[in-house]
Design a protein around this ligand. Sequence first.
Ligand code: FO1
Length: 315
Amino acid sequence: MTETVVALSGGVGGAKLVLGLSHAMRASDLIVACNTGDDFDHLGLRICPDIDSVLYALANLSDSVRGWGRRDESWVFMEALASMGGPDWFNLGDRDLATHVLRSHMLRSGMSLSEVTRALTQRLGIETTVLPMSNDPVATFVDTTEGAMAFQHYFVKEKCAPQATGFEFRGQEAARVQTDIADALRVEPKAIIIAPSNPFVSVDPILGLPHMRTTLKAAKAPIVAVSPIVGGQALKGPAAKMMQELGRDVSVLGVAQHYQGLIDGLVFDTQDAHLAPRISDFGIQPFVTDTIMTDLNSRIGLAKATLSFCDEVQK
Ligand code: FO1
């Protein structure tokens, strides 16, 4: 067994725990597999929101209020774009824009998304390995009562208003798990952590990649998820609304049900402590702690608690 910890992460919530993990353990032993289902092309730029949420969090550049993009941002580009009638539904800050322009330039030069992400990680002084779940395109579409929508259109343009009836991850069946992630899972990591991201649109694109579930289950390492739902509410984003529209139990139980058969343990908040016996009924070991991450200390605290729980969990 190695000291490696593999974390599967989406955007905002996942990035918070990843930052905590990078402080709670040796950062270079942490490998983050990022969801790329949110990625899309906009104004000729390849936008990778969940990768950037993780990069900015680890580089201490993120805007903790917005949860995406960079802090100390200016919006001159957006003002000029709007004044010329350009699409202003998707906000690109002036500093954030540099990331998208540089990434798009590197991709056009023939680099893979993982090579680009490694280059950005190094330039941002990040020791943790951050990688896309796959170098092959996977595009999340949300099926709604108003038709199928690309994720960013649903999430940003429509502000998650349409009623979700299902999800498609176009290209997933042909996509290959990024090789370094697949290798890390095969050389016996110490733990595999599913970060508190939206199970449907941020984690399922990763879990649904061909051979990913079998690779995860073949690993001897405990698989522990951190619930993104606290007291029946998602801390950020549309997870609770989606669970409700899909007829799922909008609670930690709904999360346990979603991951049943894959995870060995589930970390969830003290507000939901009374659900622990029900979590055990799913064959999942419960771990109750404070999961609200309001600052760096609480991010580190949850990361430490999750890592020590991983040591206790019986595979
Ligand atoms: N989310 C919004 O709600 N509004 C935006 O204008 C917006 C712009 C944006 C630009 C770059 C980026 O990396 C993320 C951005 N996000 C925005 C968040 C994005 O929709 C992510 O997919 C969510 O954080 C969910 O993962």
